[in-house]
Write a protein that binds this ligand. Structure first.
Ligand code: PLP
Length: 395
């Protein structure tokens, strides 16, 4: 007999899909900035950039107000122009491809590995044309892509690689840190990400010219150091060099980010503990396929995306999500493939049936709650609720 609809389950508090781990140190750091009188981009952003660059082993880190901004500035830095093509996985969030459209360029969608859901060199190679100008791999859920073959392929075609590492802090590939491996890497500090500033992002690169261009274009295209024009060291004089964007990170956000960065190992270990508890529990539930890992990658555990064996169930993925919600458990799906969305279908003529690995995975994917404050009893509640739903729905 299923316990899913039992009154006791319904009375439990809602277990959200995500809760940010904000402690007293974060609160104090933000209050200190508020009391300082300097709220926007300033010394705290500069410190956060230096610390983040060190943490990922990059020469430069440019603090921005989102990963979307970082991706946009990266494409600007490589000189994207209308009609150019950029290779992007179909299995990703809106941001990865929309930034290509900012330039009237074409996001060329490709399939992914059926296990890891990451883009592979074999997916990318047939999509390269004379108009291809960049490749944007996405490290799904925080598991790094197999980057060496992608970087080798890119090099052989003289193409820059811009990593969408919105899920991948802290991740490594073959012991090397994500953020230090390709031309440019974009990180997200959005509210649900592994390091949060509420809203925020970072672009990392070893390339001086890319960093300089991103700094200028991220602040109205006005000459460098314009951010300090209201300080004692600043000058009222500035030059507008290009029509840029307003993408700067605030000191308020950076203060939060510095504390989160200092706690990043602790937070990662807590998420890894959750992943291990799920793994162990799902070993007894054959209808649940746990997320892939690879020998080369240290997983950031931003997400814990399971896949259901729908052949063995009388209900579909959506119904499982509805029943989890009815039992007070928040989940999500990462991602609805880009070519399933009306914009991509009407603009580029996708039917939604392309990219079989992406579509096959999407139909059975559910992202379960995973965050540092999710305690063992909450993990067990998720597992038990899902186990009950499955037990009541076996084909
Ligand atoms: C969250 C996310 C982004 C966008 O990050 P923002 O900081 O909100 O702009 C980009 N790509 C992927 C894969 C994401 O999950």
């Amino acid at each position: 007999m299923s316990t899913v609809n039992a009154p006791a389950a319904a009375e439990l508090a809602f277990l959200p899909f995500h809760v940010a781990d904000i402690g007293d140190a974060e609160v104090e750091a933000v209050v200190q900035v508020l009391r300082s009188g300097w709220l926007t981009t300033g010394p705290v952003v500069r410190e956060f950039e230096a610390e983040f660059a060190r943490a990922v082993g990059a020469k430069h880190a440019v603090g921005l107000n989102s990963a979307t901004a970082a991706l946009h500035l990266a494409l600007d830095a490589v000189g994207l122009t209308p009609g150019d093509e950029v290779i992007v996985p179909a299995m990703t969030f809106a941001a990865t491809a929309e930034v290509v459209r900012y330039f009237q360029a074409v996001p060329v969608l490709v399939d992914c590995d059926p296990e890891t859901l990451n883009i592979r060199a074999v997916d990318i190679e047939p999509a390269i044309t004379a108009r291809t100008k960049a490749i944007i791999p996405v490290h799904m859920a925080g598991l790094s892509c197999d980057l060496d073959p992608i970087l080798a392929l890119a090099r052989s075609h003289n193409l820059p690689v811009i990593e969408d590492a919105a899920h991948a802090f802290p991740s490594t590939y073959k012991g090397r840190k994500i953020g230090s491996l390709s031309d440019m890497t974009a990180f997200s500090f959005y509210a649900t990400k592994t390091l949060t500033t509420g809203e925020g992002g970072m672009l990392t690169t070893d390339n001086d010219a890319y960093a300089e261009r991103a700094r200028i274009m991220g602040l109205h295209g006005i000459s460098r150091h314009a951010w300090n024009r209201y300080t004692s060291k600043g000058t009222w004089r500035y030059d507008i060099l290009y029509p840029g964007f307003k993408y700067n990170l605030t000191d308020i956000a950076a203060a939060l980010g510095r504390v989160q960065l200092a706690r990043s190992v602790e937070l990662w270990e807590a998420r890894q503990r959750v992943a291990q508890q799920y793994d162990a529990a799902f070993a007894d539930i054959p209808e649940v396929r746990i997320p892939a890992r690879t020998a080369e990658s240290q997983h950031a555990w931003h997400l814990y995306p399971i896949r259901l064996d729908l052949q063995q169930l009388r209900i579909g993925r959506d119904e499982v999500i509805d029943r989890l919600r009815a039992a007070g458990i928040g989940t999500s799906v990462h991602f609805i493939p880009l070519h399933h969305h009306p914009y991509y279908q009407s603009t580029f003529g996708y039917s939604g049936r392309e990219f079989p690995n992406t579509v096959g995975a999407f139909e059975s994917l559910i992202s379960l709650p995973i965050y540092s404050t999710l305690d063992t009893s909450a993990v067990h509640r998720v597992v038990q609720t899902l186990a009950d739903i499955i037990a009541a729905s076996r084909a």
